[in-house]
Design a protein around this ligand. Structure first.
Ligand SMILES: Cc1cc2nc3c(=O)[nH]c(=O)nc-3n(C[C@H](O)[C@H](O)[C@H](O)COP(=O)(O)O)c2cc1C
Length: 366
């Protein structure tokens, strides 16, 4: 099993959904950065379950503890271990899944690969394991903010078939959907309430951006920045599609429109999404992800049992009826981890490069 992410900023993730604890070990964090639990907890609180009626009612405080790598409030350059206790497991809810496989979940593939599985809460396949990545992402975000002024933000742009027009980032923290639009909330709430009654689920589309990204990040050919971003995003549970910049929309664009013109005052557009040739340009990095509908639903679905005989699965217990609702902080964290890793790699190889050409200011698409 592969559980380590990153090259110079390496995050090794451990734990299971219903084990005693989950967490990660971060190797390669530069020394000398002030770091406390209070720097990490707010990001975990954004991802945490049980915060509205539209997400799973599993009630985890997700309180993070720093076990190592920090002395007198400052990172020492040694491995940073983050620990998060699981406190609200209800493993009996998964009793009926011991002998069968939820369509769309990882039950069947884990069973085929390992010959056994921990069915409690999805075991290692649970999105609970994204919490340590959000914790590590908070460390990366802090370093990038302090060294480059880099910022991260994200929002939900579609809930199922409902498009959420962008109004302003200021709306995002004020609703349970991470929607950048205050006037849509009533419609989104009604859609989720109806969905819950039906025992079904929907997907979502999430947009994430990084601002003040230093140019030069990314290592062609094998570790292009856009390739690593796509890898990180596809690694998030339930993600089925990734677009960078104009994404699939580039198919219908002309070259005279798609190519972002350069002027001394800034780029005229950002169809590239901040990456050209696998290297950051200094423009905002823009990424969209498609998240599939939750597979654990009350609606009866055809499956097989362990002997291969046909059966019907219905999933009860506590689940997110739209897993995309909690995905925004996770996608921001994964983007931060990729940029952090590449900022260190860039410093290692090209830290001495000096150019007479002034950098072109980034200009956001909106
Ligand atoms: C924030 C988040 C919460 C999730 N919660 C659930 C859940 O409650 N029930 C469920 O069946 N799947 C949930 N998932 C999705 C599963 O973890 C995922 O579909 C499963 O591991 C199979 O992996 P795959 O969809 O990436 O192929 C969640 C995903 C995310 C990102």
């Amino acid at each position: 099993m592969s559980s380590t992410f990153g090259t110079l900023f390496r995050v090794t993730n451990f734990g299971e959904s219903h084990g005693p604890a989950i967490g990660c070990v971060i190797d390669g964090c530069p020394p000398g950065m002030a770091l406390a639990e209070a720097d990490i907890q707010p990001e975990l609180d954004r991802r945490r379950p049980g915060t509205s009626r539209h997400v799973t009612q599993r009630n985890e405080p997700d309180a993070v503890q720093i076990l190592s790598g920090v002395y007198e409030g400052v990172t020492t350059g040694t491995p940073i271990c983050l620990l998060i206790h699981n406190t609200d497991q209800r493993s009996k809810d998964y009793g009926n899944l011991l002998d069968t496989f939820r369509p769309g979940h990882a039950d069947y593939s884990y069973w085929r690969k390992y010959g056994l599985r921990d069915p409690r809460g999805g075991g290692r396949a649970s999105a609970r394991l994204t919490a340590p990545m959000v914790g590590a992402g908070a460390v990366a975000r802090k370093w990038l903010r302090e060294h480059h002024g880099t910022g991260f933000r994200g929002c939900m742009t579609h809930l199922g078939a409902i498009a959420i027009p962008f109004e302003g980032w200021e709306h995002v923290p004020n609703n349970p959907f991470f929607a950048a639009n205050a006037s849509m909330i009533a419609e989104l709430e009604a859609a989720m309430d109806a969905l819950r009654k039906e025992g079904d689920s929907v997907g979502a589309r999430i947009l994430v951006e990084a601002t003040n990204v230093p140019p030069g990040l990314g290592e062609p050919l094998a570790d292009k920045l856009d390739a690593e971003i796509a890898y990180a995003m596809m690694g998030i549970n339930a993600v089925k599609g990734v677009e960078i910049g104009a994404g699939f929309g580039c198919v219908a664009q002309r070259g005279s429109v798609h190519g972002d013109e350069l002027t001394p005052a800034g780029f005229r557009s950002n169809n590239a999404g901040g990456v050209l040739g696998g290297i950051s340009t200094g423009q905002d990095i823009t990424v969209a992800i498609a998240i599939k509908p939750t597979s654990s639903i009350r609606a009866p679905r055809a499956s097989i049992d362990r002997s291969g005989a046909p059966t019907v699965v219905q999933t009860f217990g506590r689940h997110d009826p739209c897993v995309g609702i909690r995905a925004t902080p996770i996608a921001e964290a994964m983007l931060a981890l990729v940029l952090m890793d590449h900022a260190l790699r860039q410093r290692a190889q090209c830290g001495d490069v000096r150019l007479a050409t002034p950098p072109i200011p980034a200009r956001a698409r909106r």
